[in-house]
Write a protein that binds this ligand. Structure first.
Ligand SMILES: [Zn+2]
Length: 121
């Protein structure tokens, strides 16, 4: 499962940050996750809880911020590709085609996987 490996990497980052600050308990984290990472939020949450067992992050509250995919075409149209567009998400992303004018477009956001905030004591 993709999410499991990613969760371990995220936990390593969290524990590393906590160590730097001599924290004893990690209370809360905020993660920015771009929709283009293809990570399933529920599964990621589940895996994070599983891998953090028996660590100082065991009972942390996990806030996942799912970030939309944004693409921009040669004509300067910036479009947000939403999950609600269903299968079209993949059509627009794989074709990288502007939904407004049909020009070729490039991804400007959606690949993020960032440990944004960590609250620890
Ligand atoms: Zn366009």
């Amino acid at each position: 499962m993709h999410e499991y490996g990613v969760a371990k990497d995220i936990l390593d980052n969290i524990l590393e940050e906590a160590r730097k600050h001599n924290a004893r308990v990690v209370k809360e984290v905020v993660l920015d996750v771009g929709s283009l990472t293809m990570l399933n939020p529920e599964q990621l949450l589940f895996c994070l809880q599983a891998v953090s067992g028996d660590t100082i992050a065991e009972n942390m509250k996990i806030n996942l911020n799912m970030l939309p995919i944004k693409i921009k075409c040669g004509n300067g149209h910036v479009s947000e590709i939403k999950d609600s567009m269903g299968g079209d998400v993949f059509r627009f992303v794989t074709a990288l085609e502007c939904p407004v004018c049909g020009e070729r477009a490039g991804v400007i956001s959606g690949r993020e996987l960032i440990l944004k905030e960590i609250t620890a004591e």
